[in-house]
Design a protein around this ligand. Sequence first.
Ligand SMILES: [Zn+2]
Length: 347
Amino acid sequence: MTTLDGALLSPLRLVTIVASNDAVDAEAFFEFSRRVGTSAWWRDSAPEYHLGSVDAVAELMGPAILANVTDHDVYQYVTNALAMNGGPERDGNTLYLLYLPSTIVVVSAGVANTECAKFGAYHFAYGTRGDNLAVVQRCVESFPIENMTISASHEIFEAATDPNGKGYALPRIARREPWTESIWNAFELTGHAELGDLCESTFFESAGGVYQRVWSNAAARGGGDPCVPALAERFYDTDFDQDWYAIHAGESISIPVRGWTAGGAIDPWPVKVRVQGSPPVFTADFLGVDGTLADYEQGNIVVNASTEAVSGAIAVLEIVSRPPMPRPGERRLTDGGHINLVGVNVP
Ligand SMILES: [Zn+2]
């Protein structure tokens, strides 16, 4: 992963904002922000991208948030909260991090992001100097703080390394014939995958809290787990011969998929498929022994295209390798899964 113009938020100033109707959680979020800069997570991930320190410069309580919010509402809310608190003003290196209260969801393009169906958090430019805004939604009621700090750390890292959309990210999806390019350029059907996106669902727990791990070019070159900080766990994932496979309307194809591991033997692990695209047009299932894969073992992704699939239609299949059965009661806040992609297109 490379950067286009090298924009960074560095040293990063972090302003954490919690709504007054979420006061009960505020101290946990503020404390997380205070610890980020000295965490093992930042120490092990930031230097590769030439990031400097993180300074938690302000902890703000804003007014209650009682209704779902659009992008524009978030912008207004943060601007208002800053005015009420007398700053801190934007300086080109600041990330304003807003945690939404329970039950409040973001409305994006007119659609409520209920239960984080589309995203758990996102970041965007705040003004024209490079500062960013990030919004974290409460997706689940189990381990809500940990799950929100995981999302927050994802956005902190991405805002710091891609504040203007021209920093560290993969290309956007090709307008024409995306199947002639890397499947990773079609991530989530939009492309522009950033450093957190490529390691979604794998986490790092340390004394300071729970973080999302991030992509490391150096770790990827090592041939094993591409995400950092390194975990004392074995790595397992899937592998395909091609990025894209052609499928005709009304057809069914079998895409061979192999398991591979790094760092030693591991029990067979469950594999799941999620279709991104036009689910009514394409369906996909993993077929393997008990729905699992093992090192060197081959399974198949069986894809169906309905008779309505038109020429040029595509789907990105997200192949998630889940951890081998967690022990009962064990929190899966360290390594929840590894994602690979394969695409199908109708010629
Ligand atoms: Zn992201």
